[in-house]
Design a binder for this molecule. Structure first.
Ligand code: ADP
Ligand code: MG
Length: 346
């Protein structure tokens, strides 16, 4: 049963497929607002024009909608190769500061080059929409592989490989002073050659943090809370609009991804959001006693999920910890049971 208080990405059915139509007038964006926007210094202007792709230079095919998420719709297109364009819902961008901030973020996104980070080609802007043009990811998301209707078994060798690639991708981002802010298995694709590709970096700050209350309960995207570090959970509980994401909060999210990889389940999956907010804010993490694996594997998890951000390892350290896992003992360790419910701890 789906908890009615918890909302998934709008209209998405969880495995990436969707049947809804993209509404042509769906993205409202005031061009004048954009033109009046002050660009500070010539270099900023140059870097912006370098990354702008006119919308009419992208060929959109029939059935172009891939899916809808929290920020808008993602459509398939062609621009010297297959691309995915994420059209951002801009009607909530009221202030220029936020826009300026976003502009800086997308410019740094465009400046990333790493095997495990989706290629950002640029942005397109027309009178009604702002889109981010990126490489089209082939394959399934890690979320769909682990939890989708046709879930696949991910063995320990593959789990370590994906986790290592995610670590390498995010430590590259951190070295470039980019905080991902939205590391989730839905934002990680496993491409045909078994390569993990991370999407949606930094876009989170475009989301207006507004959690509608219904029957005195907060409505939050499904599964999202499981990735949020306690210090961020506490900010939500305090009704704060801007969450103070940090490299350490990305590490906490990575911990959740590691948990998903080793258990094929999502922490607190069956718990009410209010309960998760209350418990995680107090430092409770999903129990690991049911997870049949070696101590070293759980150790990585517990360190990433440390309550105190400064106790969490960096991604470079995570990479080393993954590398040092005793592969031989892992091969002989029993297969890990699916841990589906945590109701018992509350
Ligand atoms: P979410 O991350 O919550 O699934 P998004 O708005 O990021 O929501 O994505 C909407 C849909 O588009 C999802 O089905 C996602 O898998 C898909 N998608 C996002 N980015 C890409 C991409 N670069 N290539 C292919 N599909 C993508
Ligand atoms: Mg996404």
């Amino acid at each position: 049963g789906e908890d009615p208080q918890v909302h998934d990405s709008q209209g998405s059915n969880g495995d990436g497929s969707i049947s809804a139509e993209l509404s042509p007038g769906g993205h409202t964006w005031d061009r004048n607002k954009w033109n009046n926007f002050t660009i500070r210094g010539p270099s900023a202007q140059n870097s912006w024009s370098e990354v702008t792709i006119p919308l009419n230079k992208i060929e959109f095919k029939k059935n172009k909608l891939i899916g809808k998420g929290r920020f808008g719709s993602v459509v398939r297109g062609y621009h010297f190769g297959d691309v995915a364009v994420k059209f951002l819902n801009m009607d909530h961008v009221e202030d220029e500061d936020r826009l300026e901030h976003f502009k800086a973020e997308v410019a740094s996104f465009k400046n990333t080059r790493h095997d495990n980070i989706v290629l950002c080609l640029g942005y397109c802007l027309d009178h009604s929409s702002l889109g981010i043009v990126m490489g089209l990811c082939k394959g399934r998301t890690l979320h769909s592989i682990l939890h989708g209707p046709n879930a696949e078994r991910v063995d320990m060798v593959a789990a370590i490989k994906y986790a290592t690639e995610i670590c390498q991708g995010v430590s590259y981002l951190h070295q470039k002073k980019i905080i991902h802010k939205d590391l989730r298995t839905k934002n990680i694709f496993i491409e045909s050659k078994q390569r993990a590709v991370i999407t949606d970096l930094g876009l989170f700050s475009m989301q207006r943090l507004r959690f509608p209350k219904r029957n005195n309960s907060m409505v939050v995207p499904k599964h999202w809370l499981a990735y949020l570090a306690p210090e961020l959970i506490r900010e939500i509980a305090g009704d704060l609009r801007e969450l103070s994401f940090s490299p350490q909060s990305d590490v906490f999210s990575f911990g959740t991804i590691w948990f998903e990889l080793i258990t094929s389940s999502i922490p607190f999956d069956s718990n009410h959001p209010d309960m998760i907010i209350y418990s995680v804010g107090k430092g409770i993490t999903a129990p690991l006693h049911n997870v049949a694996t070696i101590r070293e594997v759980k150790d990585i998890l517990m360190r990433c999920w440390s309550f105190n951000p400064s106790d969490r390892p960096t991604f470079l350290t995570c990479n080393t910890l993954l590398n040092n896992l005793p592969k031989k003992r892992l091969d002989r360790s029993p297969s890990y049971p699916m841990v589906r419910s945590y109701e018992s701890i509350f």
